[in-house]
Design a protein around this ligand. Sequence first.
Ligand SMILES: [Zn+2]
Length: 313
Amino acid sequence: MLKSIHAALAMSVITLTAFGASSAFAAPLKVVASFTVIADFAKNVGGDRIDVTTIVGPDGDAHVYEPSPADAVAMAKADIVLVNGLHFEGFLQRLVDASATKASIITLTKGVTTIDFKPEFADADAAEGAGTGGGKTVTDPHAFQSIANARIYVKNIAEAFCAADSEGCVSYQTNAAAYTKKLDAVEGEVKAAIASIPESKRVVITSHDAFGYFEHAYGLTFLAPQGISTDSEPSAADVAKLVTQVKQDKAAAIFVENITNPRLIEQIASETGIKVGGTLYSDALSQPDGPAATYIDMMHNNIRQIKGAILGS
Ligand SMILES: [Zn+2]
């Protein structure tokens, strides 16, 4: 009798312990990231307190992405949705509406000093009747290509996680501070790499204008046949204009991007006689086993490709 009471007590202790344990480990925060760069920042800040679902995956193009039903389900279940904003994610409003999500939508470019983009080669429709090189000025959404801005994204993520999960706040802030230090180190490497390139050779070509913030922050000029979005094809005249400009400026290198078809770049390469220098990661990270599986790897890869193609090292 006594034995069975002991057994029953022991059982209830075990049960209580089990319950106690499960309440101490709160369910992970369900986070949806619009694309891979943001997912990487979120994982660095959130660690194992969060569960991240990424909408536009590795090598994906957020400008023209078409959401799937699974994306709507993930959005509907999310506690927090992290987005770039500035119309980077063309699909965003449709997906928010379709999913009827109650999650907070956090725009990570909040606090970023944006730069304007004036189409030089692309956006033929807007340029129509506006004379040569015309076109309307729009805000460049690719703010994450400057590491100073990446620090702002990380800060905004930590604040959003703290607001949603106050128990984890110290951990989020500690992680964000540690990751920010890593970003500082990479920024130093990028600046040193650019400094090693003679100023006259700091002109490169990519397929679309994804590197405006990189250009602004680090002083390398990017020319691209497509504008800041990939949603329209450049006209033959735009491409011809770029080829002429390239010949005049003596662009030092030309790159394909991981998110876009290389055909156009290959055409420009053959018309200008500049060899394709490699692949730059612009709007998405690589697959996990690729050369740009994280934001920091992406920065390392891009600067290595640029330096290698220009200096031949
Ligand atoms: Zn882009």
